[in-house]
Design a binder for this molecule. Structure first.
Ligand SMILES: [Zn+2]
Length: 394
């Protein structure tokens, strides 16, 4: 009886491993450290894991150090590891960010890497300390929900099964991981472009992109009509190397992909640029673009209404209608113009003379709210893009 039980547990665990492990390419970074006392193990051996150093302090106490992939870097320390014990026991963990950098993300815990809950913790200066009830079944601890490269493929396959979209390869990353695109084709030449995951730890941006896209692809009168009028190009995961390695921000070359849209030195941004240029060369027209990110609050970075783009008040009209649709959500619009900064929003404005936004969700925004905001944002966007209102006037 006991043997069967153990075997089942083993099979379940093995399944978790095969789901999480990266089947494409090994990480080239050195952050896959481990602590092993013989009876307790802390491991960073799955895709998107990160634990740069692990020290065993004795008595089931462990000290983890997290380091950036390279510097200078905008600090968003990412950590993800699992804890396993042969027999149920309390394990005390302290996470320290290298170079006295500030912690950004509050720890979350999961048994299956799908359902996550906040991990009770103490903040001591710049250190995070908590106690985990470790068992034979791995307990996953991470800075945010782990959304790995396979998750995007599974999601796109589900979309393909229920809607008229194609899922195909756009190109590949610096380390030759596939970069995928999802496309919905209309009978017109106008395109909405959606980008995601330029910055790997910005999970709340990913958690917004999924329902936003699903609302655009839903089967109802509004969305059906929208998809007849507008083509949709979705590149949900533009930095698969950074995702696989658990990077704080950069791609495998140590570059910030949301600062590369002027110089185009990185394969990921170059391939998007070439694909869009190819569309335009075929007579297609890029109409609007959204790039999903996360920061410390919910905010929409826009181009100013006095900037030289078509339909100058279009984004303002859209976000005002989102504000009206959600009385309990305060829509913050922050217009900005940063030429030569290499941000995707500015690239769309300067190359296609159109509006674009950076859609930022707060790191700790309630996950239900992220979904509600995304659903309403997608509905009001479709309404605004299809309305006859004059968007050149306030
Ligand atoms: Zn970002």
């Amino acid at each position: 009886m006991k043997k069967t039980f153990l075997l089942c547990l083993f099979i379940i665990c093995a399944n978790f491993h095969s789901y999480a492990d990266n089947p494409i390419a090994p990480s080239e970074s050195n952050h896959q450290q481990a602590c092993d006392t013989g009876s307790v193990r802390l491991l960073a051996d799955f895709e998107a894991s990160r634990m740069d150093e692990c020290k065993n302090l004795g008595d089931n106490r462990f000290h983890i150090i997290i380091k950036p992939e390279n510097t200078p870097i905008n600090p968003s320390p990412w950590y993800a590891f699992k804890v396993i014990a042969d027999q149920a026991t309390d394990v005390n963990v302290t996470i320290k960010i290298a170079d006295k950098r500030k912690n950004r993300y509050l720890p979350k815990i999961s048994q299956d890497m799908q359902t996550w809950s906040p991990q009770a913790h103490r903040v001591r200066g710049k250190r995070l300390t908590f106690t985990i009830k470790a068992t034979e079944q791995p307990q996953y601890v991470a800075a945010q929900e782990v959304i790995n490269n396979q998750y995007y493929v599974d999601w796109a396959n589900k979309l393909q099964a229920v809607s008229q979209v194609s899922h195909s390869r756009l190109g590949e990353s610096a380390q030759k991981r596939p970069i995928y695109k999802i496309e919905s084709k209309a009978n017109t030449n106008e395109w909405l472009v959606i980008l995601g995951r330029l910055h790997p730890p910005e999970i709340t941006g990913a958690l917004a992109l999924f329902p936003f896209v699903e609302t655009l692809l839903a089967k109802n009168k509004l969305a059906d009509h929208f998809r007849q009028k507008f083509n949709i190009l979705i590149i949900p995961n533009l930095n698969p190397d950074g995702v696989a390695m658990g990077n704080w921000r950069h791609n495998a070359h140590g570059a910030d992909l949301n600062r590369d849209w002027v110089s185009f030195k990185q394969p990921e941004t170059i391939q998007v640029h070439q694909y869009l240029q190819g569309l335009v060369a075929q007579g297609q027209k890029i109409k609007f673009a959204i790039d999903f990110h996360s920061t410390n609050q919910d905010v929409f970075y826009t181009m100013p209404t006095n900037y030289d783009v078509e339909d100058r008040y279009f984004v303002k009209h859209w976000l005002n209608s989102l504000d009206q649709a959600m009385p309990n959500f305060n829509v913050i619009q922050k217009p900005g113009n940063r030429p030569n900064n290499g941000v995707s929003k500015q690239y769309f404005a300067d190359n296609y003379q159109i509006h674009a936004i950076t859609y930022e969700m707060g790191d700790e925004t309630k996950r239900d709210n992220i979904i509600a905001i995304a659903n309403n944002a997608a509905i009001t966007l479709m309404q605004t893009m299809m309305s006859d209102a004059n968007h050149n006037k306030e």
